[in-house]
Ligand binder design. Structure first.
Ligand SMILES: [Zn+2]
Length: 267
């Protein structure tokens, strides 16, 4: 295990890296003083994904998780903070409000350009350096590698989408970040399972990490799974893990990971 105060990287032997960039919940003390009480609850976290995906260690997956919350700096946003979904509302590199638009900072304490630059250097860059070097190492060993961007979100967030979100949202940047047909292939597996709704490159097409690192022509195949949290946990505070739901969904996640890895490394 490679551990810093910024991230944890557990290294496995398979051509599979699972990145969970929104799993962090820590907020540095000095920054917490500038923030509102609701910010410290980190409600927009991709809760419990390290637990839901714990089985992937047996598959030989490497697993990368950050320490700090997306409210400090969002690891799945580009360093220049360009909007990944032009024309749609989104949260930025250093968000100033929650998904429900509650302010994260006390009035007048929103981060300055200099503070954003400092956070990018301190928290964003080390995660990306670790991600890039692990992909390089796995590609050197195996020739091809699957990057699985693991995300989850509440099933109802009016700011981002109408109604209830599809459960399994596979994103490959409209096919650019992985072997042709991979997202549709994975959605087909969920359809055959029959218990959950699914879509390929729908509302969520993959964020910055999927788009930046997915280079199928160079052997790196990136796919993002945005999963509804209602599929494995309670969506309201205290955001409890639902052991029964999680145990029921894990065999499907396992099939998806194995199938995606096989598909990507054969491409
Ligand atoms: Zn996420």
């Amino acid at each position: 295990m490679n551990e810093s105060s910024i991230f944890t990287l557990e290294r496995g032997g398979a051509p599979l890296l699972i990145s969970i960039p929104h799993r962090g919940t820590s907020i540095p003390c000095a920054l917490a003083d500038e923030m509102t009480p609701i910010a410290k609850l980190t409600e927009d976290c991709d809760w419990h994904l390290e637990r839901l995906y714990a089985f992937a260690r047996e598959l030989g997956a490497s697993i990368l998780t950050p320490q700090y919350a997306r409210y400090v700096v969002d690891l799945n946003r580009p360093p220049d903070d360009a909007n990944l979904y032009p024309g749609r509302d989104t949260t930025g590199l250093c968000p100033v409000d929650t998904f429900d638009k509650a302010p994260l900072y006390k009035p007048g304490h929103e981060p300055s350009r200099e503070q954003i630059d400092a956070r990018r250097a301190m928290y964003w860059q080390p995660y990306h350096d670790a991600l890039a070097s692990e992909l390089d190492a796995l590609r050197a060993s195996h020739g091809r590698v699957l990057l699985w961007e693991a995300h989850s979100i509440r099933s109802v967030v009016p700011r981002f989408f109408d109604g209830r979100l599809t459960d399994f949202n596979f994103g490959t940047a409209d096919g650019a970040s992985a072997a042709p047909g991979l997202a549709e292939y994975l959605a087909g597996i969920v359809e055959r399972d029959g218990r959950f709704s699914t879509v390929a490159n729908g509302r969520f097409k993959g964020g910055y990490i999927t788009r930046r690192y997915g280079e199928p022509e160079k052997g790196v195949h990136a796919v993002q799974l945005e999963l509804t949290q209602i599929s494995y946990m309670e969506e309201s505070s205290p955001f409890a893990y639902d052991e029964a739901k999680a145990t029921a969904i894990q065999p499907l996640l396992r099939e998806l990971l194995i199938s995606a890895m096989t598909y990507a490394t054969a491409a």
